[in-house]
Ligand binder design. Structure first.
Ligand code: ATP
Length: 918
């Protein structure tokens, strides 16, 4: 039947026999041809389902408005309008709208940027095309493609199974039912519900165990998942512990300001009435102060700053090959105190080469590096022209019991499949075997795939005219358990393995036996094997991992290596990586025997864990967390998912990781490299530093403005003629400073480079409050300076103008302009102090962050308009001041530079003393 006919008939694939699915593929062994696949792609389109964003724009917009700070502003604006101050009221409203829009655009864009990141995690499928198995992007699958799926994979499309071995899938994504469903190849009745269609594996569901081959029957929107895709929402939660803490602080600040505003109203009214004002006038004027306070003291711009800083962090981490899947991870990375990393591929290169083989009591060396199938055998340093038969058989069996294939591309040799197996295949070629031919001759009848927990793989082969052969390869201890071998010989093998592993070699044993008439293999058939020998392969540490381990040590982060490899191999590689262990590595079996209480100590003290199974990882994470550690844990296998979820930062591997592990992770490494974790930690620390800098910059402005108003209400004189209180700044002027100047100046801090010592200090305690003693002390110090300077210059300008005979209103406008100018200049200078938390700006480089100058330039231009443009004068009640006044305000504001430099020096000295004392 042709493809179109099959599609037209709307085949009920769960009721159709295997042969019908095979017909869709044409040939199950060869799969589709590339031309046919291209044709079908043109007909059926790409195998993709667009995901809808979980947050509609309206919801994002509402979040901006539904914020206590904004409500206070809206109420203030309404009250101002009700009291006849229509201009003031409208400006406040305008600012609210502007602020909401800025917040909306930023948050919406941040959300989109984070959604886009998930597309950067590659999704691949194993497909047979033109007779060759390849790994290709899931999007390129077409109906009729023959795909292989195995434990840990996400099913790439709707697939009619044609071969299944213990296949179980988790269909929660589709049916909500998370108990794995056991799949078979047998058709079911036409009316079967989705959950009962056992011969179909559905797109987007996860393979929890087993393996299968199937034919793609539906792609993209034609899959079951595609049909319900309107329900698929990719929700990007932009909330993090920090934003929650800030929201909480925002509430507290709002309440405090509310109380202060009421107190101000009372004091202002009392004073005005005692000066002879009517009650209504006193109320109206004092209310304006209260509104001004609310407007000036609430840090409206803060949420936007935080979201932007986090979004920048996420993008910079992506550029350094760490894809953040959950935003809170950005912050948590900054306080990570332990990184537990897999060895193979993450700390080592995962470029395996067989360098040694031991069989029949003799150790041979193999030359040649990498997967290039060229090299020769040496015995005691001498080249052997014809390798002995025992060695050839050992490597033949090892290659037959492997799935990897070699290919040459642009002069370099690559593998498809597991690197350990790739090394075995290359090793077999080096002794003169042609692995492709051998595999054809020794057809594989059945297999038990490799799984980390079992540490072995087994296959059954048939060759015409010969006995069937059962082969097993895996960790030497495990393989030996299935061998018919005398105890003393066993000990001899194990001590040899120990010696070779001690040089950092990854060891694998191979065993085999004749198995006529078996037809299939089960665990129970793995007995009485004959020991063929062991092979040792090197997998050198990545040089950048060695450097990163050292960086982590300086940064107070413990690195622990967790591997399934042999203890001696793990210790040797650990030593090369600089993970010197006091004592020996601890093995999974030893962990098993350790009680939970002891485990906390062992987990803390040990740096290298060997022969670890995934379930031990979960206990290790828990033990370390019980010791108050913030734990990052890597994982790639299907069974690593629980440990990844439990860890504070679950790190999945982008290249070799299973879909299951990626789905449970907080971060995915697109290069599988340990050094990338260290880079992400560094970025995490930088982001947090920059947020603290923004806080230390923004909060003093708010407190300063509040102080200015409070002082005025409590102590400033009343004007004799109008019996009104002198007000140093009008509400809209405060709002201008708070929203325009403060935000434009604070944003560049999110782009600040890392502090020079960012990886030389211990990790931040997750319990450290956001408003630390440092931020609070700094806020008070700077606010007092800023308020004093603004009040002093206000009074000076006001009295000088009056003395020069300027009219009362003009003098007030001039003095208010002077006060605003002083605060703005003060902020500009203080910004330079804030660029580093500890160092002088000269040390971190005056020009290292050009965005600062963009911010300063913008604010200066806006401020010039504020002071000199007639329109702005009308809207904001300002008036031009002389260049001398401007210079004076600048000079006074500059005082902040030396004062904060002194403060940094003093804190640095106390820190040094505290460290010395410790
Ligand atoms: P990690 O990635 O956690 O550092 P690992 O990759 O060394 O660990 P596993 O893949 O769990 O650990 O392998 C554990 C042991 O199983 C290995 O030391 C090796 O002896 C054996 N082994 C590894 N790969 C295979 C394979 N493809 N077939 C058979 N045995 C294997």
């Amino acid at each position: 039947m042709t493809l179109t006919k099959l599609q037209e008939a709307e085949v009920c694939w769960h009721a159709a026999p295997v042969e019908q699915a095979a017909a869709l593929a044409g040939d199950l062994e060869r799969g589709l041809s590339d031309e046919e696949a291209t044709r079908r792609r043109a007909e059926f389109g790409l195998n993709v389902i667009e995901r809808r964003s979980g947050d509609s724009p309206l919801r994002v917009l509402w979040r901006q408005i539904d914020n206590p700070l904004i409500w206070v502003l809206i109420a203030s604006s309404a009250i101002a309008i009700a009291l006849g101050k229509v201009g003031d009221g409208l400006v406040v409203m305008a600012v609210v709208v502007l602020n909401t829009l800025i917040g909306f655009v930023q948050e919406y864009r941040a959300g989109k940027a984070i959604e886009a990141l998930s597309a950067m995690v590659p999704e691949n499928a194993t497909v047979t095309r033109d007779g060759r198995q390849r790994v290709m992007p899931v999007a390129e699958l077409v109906p009729g493609d023959v795909v292989a799926i195995a434990a840990g994979d996400k099913v790439p499309a709707d697939v009619r199974l044609v071969q299944a071995r213990n296949l179980n899938t988790d269909e929660a994504a589709l049916t909500g039912e998370s108990t794995p469903v056991s799949k078979t190849v047998d058709p079911v009745g036409k009316d079967a519900e989705i959950g009962d269609r056992l011969c179909l594996a559905f797109s987007g569901t996860l393979v929890t165990s087993g393996a299968a081959v199937g034919v793609v029957v539906a792609t993209g929107y034609r899959t079951e998942l595609g049909r319900i895709s309107s329900l698929l929402e990719e929700s990007t939660d932009l909330q993090t512990p920090l934003t929650r803490a800030l929201a909480q602080i925002g509430k507290v600040i709002t309440i405090a300001i509310g109380i202060l505003a009421v107190a101000m109203l009372a004091v202002g009214m009392a004073r005005a009435v005692s000066q002879g004002s009517t009650l209504f006038d006193a109320f109206r004027d004092s209310l304006l102060f209260a509104i001004a306070l609310a407007v000036g003291a609430i840090p409206e711009g803060l949420p936007a700053i935080v979201t932007i800083a986090l979004a920048i962090g996420v993008q910079r981490m992506a550029a350094r090959r760490a894809i953040i899947r959950k935003l809170p991870a950005v912050e948590t990375l900054g306080s990570t105190s332990v990184i537990c990393s897999d060895k193979t591929g993450t700390l080592t290169r995962n470029e395996m080469t067989v360098t040694a083989a031991w069989t029949d009591g003799v150790e041979y060396a193999l030359t040649g590096v990498g997967y290039r199938p060229e090299g020769h055998v040496e015995l005691a340093g001498k080249r052997l022209d014809s390798p002995p038969e025992v060695l050839t058989r050992l490597l033949l069996h090892a290659a037959l019991c492997s799935d990897a294939t070699l290919r040459e591309e642009d002069g370099a040799w690559h593998i498809t499949g597991d690197p350990t197996e790739g090394a075995l295949v290359a090793g077999a070629e080096k002794v003169g075997l042609r692995v492709d031919d051998e595999r054809r001759a020794w057809a594989r009848v059945d297999s038990i795939p490799f799984e980390s927990e079992n540490q072995y793989m087994a296959t059954l082969h048939r060759r015409s005219g010969r006995d069937d052969v059962l082969v097993m390869k895996g960790a030497p201890e495990v393989v030996l358990q299935h061998c018919a071998i005398a105890p003393e010989d066993r000990e001899k093998v194990l001590s040899r393995v120990e010696g070779m592993a001690g040089q950092g070699l990854r060891m694998l044993a191979v065993a085999s036996r004749h198995a006529n008439g078996a037809g299939a293999i089960h665990e129970s058939s793995l007995w009485g094997l004959q020991f063929d020998g062991v092979v040792g392969m090197i997998d050198p540490p990545r040089p950048e991992a060695i450097a990163a381990v050292e960086t982590c040590r300086r940064a107070g982060i413990e690195v622990k290596m967790i591997t399934g490899d042999h203890r001696a191999t793990a210790e040797a590689i650990g030593a090369q990586l600089g993970l010197a262990t006091a004592g020996r590595a601890v093995t999974g079996a030893e962990l098993q025997r350790t009680t939970d209480d002891d485990l906390r100590r062992v987990a803390n003290e040990t740096r290298v864990f060997a022969r670890v199974a995934p379930e031990h990882k979960l206990r290790l994470v828990r033990a370390l967390q019980a010791e108050e550690h913030v734990v990052a844990m890597t994982g790639d296998g299907v069974n690593d998912a629980p440990a990844l979820s439990q860890a504070n930062i679950g790190v999945a591997m982008g290249i070799t990781g299973t879909s299951v592990s990626k789905e449970s992770s907080d971060m995915v490494l697109t290069d599988d490299n340990f050094a990338t974790i260290a880079a992400a930690v560094e970025e995490g620390r930088r982001v947090y530093d920059n947020l603290i800098k923004s806080l230390a910059f923004v909060l003093p402005t708010n407190l300063g403005l509040a102080l200015i108003l409070t002082c005025a209400v409590a102590f400033f004189p009343f004007d004799a003629d109008t019996s009104r209180l002198l007000i140093p700044m009008q509400p809209i002027q405060l709002l201008w400073i708070n929203l325009v100047a403060a935000v434009a100046l604070a944003l560049p801090l999110a782009f600040e480079h890392k502090e020079p010592d960012v990886m030389d200090r211990p990790p931040r305690s997750p319990r450290e409050p956001v408003l630390s003693r440092f931020v609070l002390a700094r806020t008070v110090l700077v606010a007092v300076m800023m308020a004093s300077a603004a009040l002093a210059l206000f009074l000076w300008e006001y009295n000088t103008a009056l003395a020069a005979g300027v009219a009362l209103d003009d003098a007030l406008a001039k003095a208010q302009t002077m006060a605003v100018t002083t605060v703005t200049m003060f902020q500009i200078f203080y910004l330079f102090n804030c660029r580093s938390l500890r160092d002088s700006v000269l040390r971190i480089g005056l020009f290292s962050n050009p965005v600062v100058y963009l911010g300063v330039g913008t604010v200066l231009l806006l401020h010039m308009a504020f002071v000199y443009a007639p329109v702005m004068n009308r809207v904001f009640g300002t008036t031009p001041i002389t260049v001398t006044d401007l210079g004076f305000a600048t000079l006074v504001s500059m005082v902040v530079l030396p004062v904060i430099s002194l403060e940094k020096w003093w804190r640095g000295r106390s820190r040094a003393r505290a460290t010395a004392a410790a």
